[in-house]
Design a protein around this ligand. Structure first.
Ligand SMILES: [Zn+2]
Ligand SMILES: [Zn+2]
Length: 269
């Protein structure tokens, strides 16, 4: 299922696999001046192809390699003649996607087919706009954000998601994420576009809230660690309940990953 949101020059298409008419997990793509930001999950290929025809998409860029963001690159290249752009590290992942991702990922998004992409430059131009490509690792090593200085737009991929995270993915780098959040917050964007949430009201303030939340969470984890608690005890003491997500993702997302990420050896708090 796809739902369209019109933000003027920017349009957001929220999409999800549905079961009995209900969305399982929303993700999305943006269309702006012929540029498609991300290509959506592979199990929505038919809908995405239809959308690309209606929108006369001429270019595509991916914020990071995860399959809900780069899952239709092969379709774009083979059926529409568009080679999507991505960070060099994302190109490697997209050319060799994981063959056996976790069951929840296969159920929600499907498995993408390998495809070649091309390297995105420092700037990305459309007929009307010029986007600065900002490396923002943390959620993924190959994550980028797009900033349009004239309009004050910031496309944040999966850097924002929510002001308070309750669990972390096993492969996320929390210190890189904090650094990325600091750099994009300093731009004070007028409008923030999240790939899962759509346009974020008070975007700069919300990015700052997420940054502050994570800094405080890190301090709490280091305090509890200094008191002698082990990783499991620290995870139990953190706010929120991750049981549902931890179970559903077979441990790929959990509070405990916050603890190991913040206490990673060799990284100063
Ligand atoms: Zn992601
Ligand atoms: Zn995502």
């Amino acid at each position: 299922m796809i739902q369209a949101f019109d933000y003027g020059e920017v349009r957001f298409f929220r999409m999800a696999r549905s079961v009995f008419g209900r969305a399982i997990y929303w993700t999305g793509v943006y269309a702006v001046d012929g540029l498609l930001v991300d290509s959506g999950p592979p199990n929505l290929a038919r809908e995405v192809q239809q959308l690309c025809h209606e929108l006369t998409v001429r270019q595509c860029v991916t914020t990071h390699h995860h399959e809900d963001h780069s899952g239709n690159h092969r379709l774009l290249r083979e059926r529409l003649g568009i080679t999507p752009m991505a960070h060099p590290r994302a190109i490697e992942h997209i050319a060799r996607p994981e063959r056996h991702p976790q069951l929840y990922r296969r159920m929600v998004w499907g498995v993408p087919l390998p495809v070649a992409s091309k390297v995105v430059g420092e700037w990305l131009e459309t007929p009307k706009f010029r986007f600065k490509v900002i490396p923002t690792p943390g959620h993924a090593e190959d994550h980028i954000s797009l900033y349009e200085p004239q309009r004050g737009w910031l496309f944040t991929g999966d850097l924002y998601l929510a002001p308070k995270l309750r669990y972390l993915r096993a492969d996320e780098d929390i210190y890189a994420m904090l650094d990325s959040l600091r750099r994009v917050t300093a731009l004070e964007p007028d409008l923030v576009f999240c790939q899962h949430r759509g346009r974020v009201e008070d975007g700069t303030a919300m990015l700052r809230r997420k940054l502050d939340f994570l800094v405080q969470l890190g301090e709490r984890i280091h305090d509890l660690h200094a008191k002698g608690l082990d990783h499991d005890e620290i995870a139990c003491a953190l706010p929120g309940n991750d049981l549902l997500w931890r179970t559903w993702t077979a441990g790929h997302f959990s509070k405990r990953h916050f603890v190991s990420a913040f206490l990673r050896p060799g990284v100063a708090p």
